[in-house]
Design a protein around this ligand. Structure first.
Ligand SMILES: Cc1ncc(COP(=O)(O)O)c(C=O)c1O
Length: 377
């Protein structure tokens, strides 16, 4: 049987075998992080720091201590959104943001009156850099951009965006891009980046990180023990401790180490993927919801059907073909409003390196049969 799990944007499956191997190693050996000096703790602390180094490599930074472990991307985004000093009370956001951004922003609006404004964009949600040049960018405190949409897979031009923003800090939500698209935060001078460990990076749930170039900008969200400067009632200023109160998810971090040290080559080519999109795009009863330009397309997309609701289609795909997908709004109502698929949402297909070109062919075959059925009725 092939790999018919197409819900990797929710969480990746399967995981590389190294994930279970390192989780087991931790379960067998135990020990806390950074809080004592016997061998077991030294080993654990070294593994946590080695994982931080691997994460720093993934996001392209030499500032390893500026990589803060979090429990997921939502946690990382909340640290910045709630701890940032808003002088003008104005934030720019992309039109494809997830609720992990828009819900904290609504909280900020209600509590502090900080307003958010949607960047000019094209029909597929891709930011329109030319029209963005017309904005008075200096009047905004912060810009937040979802690097890859979790609905249509549009990849935003974060390097060009940061060039235009100049001194206005940019927070990138790399939840759907990490593991798929190079991040290069140093090269592109990205100020802050949030990611989650369990999607494209193929690690366990409960892992993630925040990269923060200028930590003094942001106040910690959580206060507590760090195992350092314990004589003080205040959080330490140094990194990563300033943002890492409480015992970290060591078990998950071991698993993430396994995922980051594994090498999983993709079983399909980008040409196979483009061909799949072209073929689905030509099926009459489906609307393909993807990037307008395939050069800005990550390996995930949605469809809507003229015959079935998203949940009916998702159920049919599972019952008849064992294909696992996500239906509905994917926690991104703003993105669906932008793409014209609100309130019903869509059926999303998200790939991983564990798919083969045969799996993509199987998916197309299933959709074309359902398309054919629609014509018969
Ligand atoms: C674009 C985007 N941002 C943030 C998140 C939140 O990720 P997590 O649930 O791991 O915090 C997701 C997950 O679906 C996402 O797709």
């Amino acid at each position: 049987m092939g790999n018919y799990y197409f819900d990797n944007s929710a969480t990746s499956h399967p995981k590389p075998p190294e994930v279970a191997k390192y989780i087991n190693e931790y379960l067998n050996n135990g020990g806390t992080y950074g809080r004592s000096a016997y061998d077991r703790v030294i080993t654990v602390s070294r593994m946590v720091e080695n994982t931080r180094v691997l994460l720093a490599q993934v996001i392209g930074t030499g500032l390893t201590n500026h990589v803060i472990f979090t429990s997921n991307a939502t946690h990382a985004l909340n640290i910045v959104i709630k701890g940032f000093p808003y002088r003008n009370k104005r934030i720019l956001i992309s039109p494809l943001e997830h609720n992990a951004v828009t819900r904290p922003l609504m909280h900020l609006l209600n509590v502090n009156g900080v307003q958010h404004y949607i960047l000019p964009h094209r029909i597929d949600g891709y930011i329109d850099l030319d029209r963005m040049r017309l904005l008075d960018l200096k009047s905004y405190d912060l810009c937040i951009v979802n690097h890859v949409s979790n609905v249509n897979g549009v990849v935003q031009p974060i390097a060009e965006l940061k060039d235009l923003l100049g001194d206005v800090p940019l927070l990138v939500d790399a939840s759907q891009s990490a593991g798929h698209i190079p991040l290069e935060v140093d090269k592109n001078n990205i100020d802050m980046l949030a990611l989650t460990g369990h999607k494209g990076l193929m690690g366990p749930t409960g892992t993630g990180c925040l990269f923060i170039r200028n930590p003094e900008l942001v106040s910690p969200l959580v206060h507590g023990g760090t195992g350092s400067r314990s004589d003080s009632h205040l959080m330490p200023e140094h990194l990563p401790d300033r943002f890492e109160a409480g015992t970290p998810n060591v078990l998950g971090i071991y698993g993430l180490y396994g995922a980051l040290s594994a090498k999983v080559n993709p079983g399909f080519s980008f040409d196979d993927f483009k061909e799949l999109l072209n073929r689905i795009g030509s099926l009459n009863s489906f609307r393909l919801v993807s990037a307008g330009n395939s050069t800005n397309q990550a390996p995930l997309f949605s469809v809507t059907s003229s015959r079935y609701s998203p949940s009916e289609l998702s159920n049919l795909l599972f019952k008849r073909y064992s294909i696992e997908t996500r239906s509905g709004l994917h926690c991104a109502p703003l993105a669906h409003k932008t793409l014209g698929t609100f309130p019903a949402g869509s059926v999303r297909f998200s790939l991983s390196n564990f798919h083969s070109s045969n799996d993509l062919a199987y998916l197309y075959q299933a959709l074309s049969e359902l398309d054919h059925d629609s014509k018969q009725r």
